[in-house]
Design a binder for this molecule. Structure first.
Ligand SMILES: CC(C)(COP(=O)(O)OP(=O)(O)OC[C@H]1O[C@@H](n2cnc3c(N)ncnc32)[C@H](O)[C@@H]1OP(=O)(O)O)[C@@H](O)C(=O)NCCC(=O)NCCS
Length: 323
């Protein structure tokens, strides 16, 4: 069977770093509170003249360099984002025009913080059915643009950034020993809309709106849904948590990462954590964390990696990959 095998990874974080201490000068919060409740120490913030596509293009360039490819070899660009440059056209079309061949498909995918896992499901299906040979999936966000900087319950938790992964179609045996994406599982339950949403949009307020969240409720659902989707990924492949070399979770909150790891019974040393430095970068958080684990030599060829995410909608999902 055809497998989606990783060919290259790239990441980009805007230069500007906003520390908790700096944030506490303008918002009624403290470094101690933010660290204790979320594990976040700092976040990166896009410059005024940087848009989501700028971040995405830079991450994509780095992924192409890492893969030893030029953009013309890519058959499909998918950008997972909840903060597109414009309502339309898709941010992915800007990426394609900057780096890719004219005429190839390029589209955005909206599943908020689960966007990267949803994107893995989409590109894996394009590759498995033989429709494309090389696909680039980018998670890119400028969440700082949709934060209410007077709302301390949300503005301390998010940041900006982008990560990109290139996949090639390669023949596998159809066993969990294959390299590439082994499985994806994605879910949504719109009954929980009011737990985490943006209070604006083209068809409602004609404004962009700001993130609104019932933090405690989101926390509670996140741990349950993340553990359950991790188990379905393992069960689908006849594997157990002991087979997993690295858990690369969506980086929402260190306490969610710890609680999920405990529930799954995985050694905390096998969990890639970047939430301390990046905060929650929504669809960009998994590829950013993944790239950091590869760049520092922890994640190696042959390793089994479990990715999982949960976000507004609610949406949630998991992907199991062999590097
Ligand atoms: C948001 C979150 C960190 C809040 O932590 P919590 O332990 O649930 O805290 P609470 O909401 O109960 O608030 C406790 C107190 O801190 C206050 N508080 C909230 N934000 C604060 C801040 N930034 N600084 C200081 N105090 C703050 C609250 O007003 C509340 O005060 P009160 O007791 O006087 O009413 C936590 O619920 C969480 O991480 N939820 C998941 C969020 C998430 O990951 N969302 C994205 C998913 S993709």
């Amino acid at each position: 069977m055809l497998r989606s095998v990783i060919k290259g990874v790239g990441a980009y974080l805007p230069e500007r770093v906003l520390t908790n201490k700096e944030l506490a000068k303008n918002v009624d919060t403290s470094d101690e509170w933010i660290v204790a409740r979320s594990g976040i120490h700092q976040r990166h913030i896009a410059a005024d003249d940087q848009s989501t596509s700028d971040l995405a293009i830079e991450a994509a360039r780095r992924a192409l360099k890492n893969a030893g490819l030029d953009g013309t070899e890519v058959d499909l660009f998918v950008v997972a984002t909840a903060t597109p440059d414009e309502t339309f056209p898709a941010t992915a079309a800007r990426v394609q025009s900057a780096l890719g061949k004219p005429g190839i498909p390029a589209f955005d995918l909206q599943a908020v913080c689960s966007g990267f896992v949803y994107g893995l499901a989409v590109i894996d299906n394009f590759i498995k059915t033989g429709q494309v040979k090389c696909a680039m999936l980018i998670g890119a966000e400028t969440f700082s643009r949709i934060l209410d900087w007077d709302d301390r319950t949300t503005c301390v938790l998010f940041g900006d950034g982008a990560g990109a992964v290139i996949f090639n179609a390669l023949q596998g045996e159809g066993s969990p020993k294959d390299q590439g994406i082994l499985s994806t599982h994605i879910h949504s339950d719109g009954r929980y809309h009011d737990m985490l949403y943006v209070d604006g949009g083209p068809a409602s307020t004609q404004t962009t709106g700001y993130v609104r969240m019932k933090g405690k409720e989101v926390f509670r659902h996140a741990v349950v849904n993340l553990a359950s989707t991790a188990h379905e990924a393992l069960n689908a492949n006849g594997l157990t948590i002991d087979d997993v070399d690295w858990l690369v979770p969506h980086q929402a909150n260190k306490r969610i990462l710890d609680s999920t790891a405990t529930k799954l019974g995985i050694d905390p040393k096998k969990v890639i954590v970047t939430v301390d430095k990046h905060a929650n970068t929504s669809a960009a958080s998994i590829p950013l964390a993944f790239e950091s684990g590869i760049a520092d030599g922890r994640i190696k060829t042959g390793d089994l990696v479990l990715m999982e995410a949960m976000g507004g909608g609610f949406t949630w999902g998991s992907a199991l990959l062999r590097i």
